[in-house]
Design a protein around this ligand. Structure first.
Ligand code: EPZ
Length: 416
């Protein structure tokens, strides 16, 4: 099992180039299923979840090959409309194959994703929406069995804002007969990025980025080339790190406009942040101030940045109240931070973080993707040496993070 060893205490200096967004690339890779022509994707991040998704698509019979950050896919010879358990259990985003498979082939067998560390994460709204579009769906032997002669446009109201639920139904609707309206749709930038890619492939979509998305079905989608948006959570993670430990960093190939509320909170914590269209410059040379936050769907504060901000608050001046409203078990990182000397109490879905003067290095364990990022930030701040175990969680969602941190002057290495 690989670990990361970090010797903390040094401000970050230099520049870091942000990779493509994992949570945009994953649905966009599944969009290739919808067409018999080639989809060429640029700025695809090199991280394990993308590797898993490519494996999943290839075992369906899709040709997919990658050269650096470019991936070329072609689903003309898709023969096996299925997503097996052994792949789905390692990556729940495999559920994103369900809508496209039904739309293009009228049938799909996708393993029902189990829960994960941060919550039960049901997919009932994905299934309800596809049934509203005429699909017959049963759950047998742990698999979702879905079939339909031809999906029909429907008016669907999702009673919970779901990112991949919106993405699954939007993809399914592109080839359905008639018009689909998705109400209470997710507004995340990754949903918009997927819609823009589908439009380039010939889909007829409007309203993406708002909570009502309208899709007029078309007969088929065609070849396209598309560049995935920059990863706003990777960006936020580096910005939170600089705010926590101090430094002067230039963040390139970024999309500042997708991070408004996060940048606002970091300024409240004391960071000096300026940005252009695709670059962010952050300077921080004082102890951060505690910042309160409450996670909620975009454009509110993203749940994927909650753990990183708890790490920031552990050494901030003052006490912070952090409320998690999206997932029922997304405070697994708190107990690990307490091992480093953090002072945090949890009351239901709220963490009360009392700023400590310092953290002291120790061995800690990553429990999920963003918790791992939080422990990296804590390791940068802690005095002495911090060892982070089970960093396979980190590798799922960050593209060569330790290489990027070494380039910023961090004393960090991967050990077996
Ligand atoms: C996406 O997960 C992201 N993953 C998550 O990022 C992110 O945390 C989450 O959206 C929220 O922003 C990808 O995009 C691949 P949801 P998703 O459906 O779509 C409930 C990361 O770290 N719900 O928006 O699975 C659900 O239980 C990952 O990169 C239902 O009840 O999240 C949750 O409480 C972690 N029924 C809430 O909705 C459903 O059918 C939001 O979940 C679907 C969801």
């Amino acid at each position: 099992m690989q670990k990361l060893k970090i010797r903390g205490g040094k401000p970050l200096r230099g520049s870091v180039r942000i990779s493509g967004a994992k949570n945009a690339a994953l649905p966009i890779l599944c969009a290739a299923i919808l067409s018999a022509e080639t989809l060429t994707l640029k700025n695809v991040p090199q991280l394990n979840d993308i590797g898993t998704m490519l494996k999943l698509l290839k075992q369906m019979g899709i040709s997919a090959h990658r050269e650096g950050e470019t991936v070329v896919l072609n689903a003309a010879n898709l023969t096996n409309p299925a997503a097996p358990y052994e792949l789905v259990k390692t990556m729940r985003a495999s559920i994103l194959a369900l809508g496209p498979l039904l739309a293009r082939f009228g049938k799909a067998r996708v393993s029902l994703p189990g829960g994960c560390a941060i919550g039960a994460r049901p997919v009932d709204l994905h299934i309800k929406g596809l049934e509203a579009m005429g699909a017959t769906i049963t759950i047998e032997g742990g698999d979702i069995h879905a079939s339909v002669f031809k999906l029909k446009g429907a008016h669907i109201f999702m009673d919970i804002v779901t990112v991949t639920g919106t993405e699954n139904l939007m993809m399914a609707a592109t080839l359905a007969d008639g018009t689909t309206v998705l109400e209470n749709a997710a507004r995340e930038p990754e949903v918009v990025d997927l819609a823009e890619c589908l439009i380039k492939m010939g889909a007829n979509i409007s309203g993406h980025g708002s909570d009502v998305i309208t899709v007029k079905g078309v007969a088929s989608l065609h070849k396209a080339e598309y560049a995935v948006m920059p990863d706003r959570i990777e960006t936020g993670t580096f910005l939170a790190a600089v705010t926590a430990i101090g430094g002067d960093v230039r963040v390139t190939n970024a999309a500042p406009r997708t991070l408004d509320v996060v940048i606002e909170k970091l300024r409240e914590a004391g960071a000096v942040i300026t940005s252009t269209d695709d670059e962010i410059h952050i300077v921080s040379n004082t102890r951060p101030k505690a910042v309160n936050l409450r996670t909620a769907p975009y454009p509110a504060f993203p749940t994927d940045m909650q753990a990183q901000f708890i790490a920031l608050n552990t050494i901030a001046e003052g006490t912070a109240i952090v409320t998690e409203t999206i997932f029922e078990n997304r405070f697994m990182h708190v107990q690990e931070l307490v091992r480093l000397g953090a002072k945090i109490d949890i009351e239901g879905n709220t963490a009360i973080v009392k700023g400590a003067q310092k953290l002291t290095g120790a061995t800690v364990m990553a429990t999920d993707l963003r918790a791992s990022a939080c422990l990296v930030i804590a390791g940068l701040v802690a005095e002495g040496e911090t060892i982070i175990d089970r960093i396979y969680h980190l590798d799922r969602g960050y593209d060569h993070i330790e290489k990027k941190l070494v380039a910023l002057g961090v004393d960090i290495e991967r050990i077996d």
